[in-house]
Structure formats: structure tokens, C-alpha cells
Design a protein around this ligand. Sequence first.
Ligand SMILES: [Ca+2]
Length: 93
Amino acid sequence: MDSETEVILQAINDTAEDIWKEFDADESGFLEREEFKNFCLKMSDALNLKKITEEVIDEMIIKFEGESGDKKISKDEMKRYLKDLYGIKDETE
Ligand SMILES: [Ca+2]
């Protein structure tokens, strides 16, 4: 792993921690649907994306954890998604 990748991985870990601090309101360790929705709404505001609908939330959840998921987002699922965004291969899988 090169040092640039390490820096990005560190940033991803920090980002996930920050997201959890802000959005895991019941401190369950997961973003349940309502918490995940709040996260998506904030992101869409920040990024000026199209309006987030209930359907978009469902699509996002499937994007994060696949069809057979438990409908709540774990920190690992968030990190995997962020790694995907940055084009980093997950070497632990
Ligand atoms: Ca939670």
C-alpha cells in the first residue's frame, strides 16, 4: 500500500467517525433508516443534488449494503462505500 492510499484510508476512517458522531443519534453503532435518511439529506444539501425521496433512500441503502442487507448501515459498509468512491480496493475481503 502506498502512502497516498494510507492517507486516504485515514481520511475515510476519520470521515466515518465524524458521520457516526453526528448521525448515530441512538448510539447503536448503525445508521438505521431514519438516521441514514438524515445523513443523505445533509449530503444532498451540501452537494446540491436532486431532492432525496424515500425511493432514493431505499436505493442508497441497497447501494451501501446490497439487496440482502439488514436495512441499517454499519460503519464498515460506510467505509467500503467511501473506498469505492476513491477507487481503493478493499484488501480485507
Ligand atoms: Ca443508530
